[in-house]
Design a protein around this ligand. Structure first.
Ligand code: PLP
Length: 385
């Protein structure tokens, strides 16, 4: 099987499993316990936090471990907006982009529905980019938070996060970015990016599902969503997932160390794959930005098919990928991300996303491109004329 669905999830790396194993077995303590097992767990957690902080170029106290990217996004969007409005009741608006992951989009809609916030949606251009001018156009004195993703999970478009964060800063508005897809492929130095909050998920990086991180800058107040024993400096109560934190920290460290080399290598493979598919499949269309895209994502529409049928054919041919985002899988509605790019709903239904781990090879992608040609041809031949 050729696995081209790494944006959905990745296998746990061997080194990560080795690093986390002690905290699932012999060193199973609760970090809050006042005995040696507890202290060993607390120090593993502290070390994991320092490891994450080193990669993000922030302080350990600015790192909150969560149950994944979704929780990190929820905590950022709801937690920052609610804390800011509590301090200043005039701050009743949040800004998101038109192509956010549901973890951000639905958090903003929750603020609207339950807490009476207004949600301002920044449009994207036909390649999925948010421009500085578009962001300026929606910022208001009442804006409590801007949340714009670093890289999109369906089309791979990478936003000019540092420029967008600078615009928010000029207006005194905190800037959150969902870096769940970007981490491992793009630099995640929060100082260089100038972001105030950033979400990362472990299972996109070779750590297990159910591990995540939210960075929040310095004294930025965050209203907690989960109340209890006050763990994670009161930002996220609940007995800590020590093994998950160790795993995420290890995976982030490894992928960050390899980032430049892998990004350069895989970008070349991605471009060759894109060119092969565009040449081999008549009327195929790349979605997202041609160059400002994740090294690991190639996404297409194949008019005259349905993405789901192409997916099934590809699986028969030994290639596993996705017809849009896994999180929206099972829904028949066209992808809101593709619709936001101006793609017609019937074309959006024909989308297929290929996403790579850093272990991907040119041979695999050559075989995959040939399989795409066959699969699309079969589906088109079967379609009613
Ligand atoms: N944000 C983006 C951009 C994602 O792609 C995903 C997962 O696909 C998430 C957030 C959610 O992360 P998790 O699966 O860790 O909850």
């Amino acid at each position: 099987m050729i696995f081209l669905d790494a944006a959905a999830t990745t296998p746990i790396r061997r080194e990560v499993l080795d690093a986390m194993w002690p905290y699932l077995s012999g060193e199973f303590g609760n970090p809050s316990s006042h005995h040696s097992l507890g202290e060993a767990a607390a120090s593993a957690l502290a070390e994991a936090r320092t490891g994450v902080a080193k990669v993000l170029n922030c302080r350990a106290g600015e790192v909150t471990f969560t149950s994944g990217g979704t929780e990190a996004d929820n905590l950022a969007v709801k937690g920052i907006a609610l804390a800011r409005r509590a301090a200043d009741p005039s701050l009743g608006r949040v800004v998101i982009s038109a192509i956010e992951h549901p973890a951000v989009e639905e958090s903003a809609r929750y603020l609207q529905r339950v807490h009476g916030f207004d949600v301002d949606v920044v449009p994207v251009d036909n390649q999925g980019l948010v421009t500085v001018a578009a962001l300026r156009g929606v910022l208001r004195p009442e804006t409590a938070l801007v949340s714009i993703m670093y890289a999109n999970n369906e089309i791979g478009t990478v936003q000019p996060v540092a420029e967008l964060a600078a615009v928010a800063r000029e207006h005194g508005v905190p800037f959150h970015t969902d870096a769940v897809q970007a981490a491992g492929w793009l630099p995640v130095d929060v100082k260089a990016l100038g972001v105030d909050a950033m979400s990362i998920s472990g299972h996109k990086l070779g750590a297990p599902k159910g591990s995540g991180v939210l960075f929040t800058r310095g004294r930025l107040r965050v209203e907690p969503l989960v109340h209890g024993g006050g763990q994670e400096r009161g930002r996220r109560s609940g007995t800590e997932n020590v093994a998950g934190a160790v795993a995420l920290s290890t995976a982030l460290g490894i992928s960050n160390a390899e980032q430049q080399e892998q990004a350069a290598r895989v970008s070349l493979l991605r471009d060759a794959f894109i060119n092969r598919v565009l040449q081999a499949v008549p009327d195929s269309m790349l979605t997202g930005h041609r160059s400002l895209r994740l090294p690991s994502v190639a996404s297409f529409c194949f008019p005259g098919t349905s993405g789901e049928s192409v997916l099934l054919e590809l699986e028969r041919l030994g290639v596993v990928c996705s017809s849009g985002s896994a999180c929206a899988a099972g829904s028949d509605a066209p992808s809101p991300v593709l619709v936001a790019l101006g793609i017609a709903p019937e074309t959006a239904q024909t989308s297929v996303r290929f996403s790579f781990t850093s272990a991907v090879t040119d041979t695999e992608l050559e075989l995959a491109a040939a399989a795409v040609e066959t699969a699309v041809g079969r589906v088109r031949n079967l379609a009613p004329q």
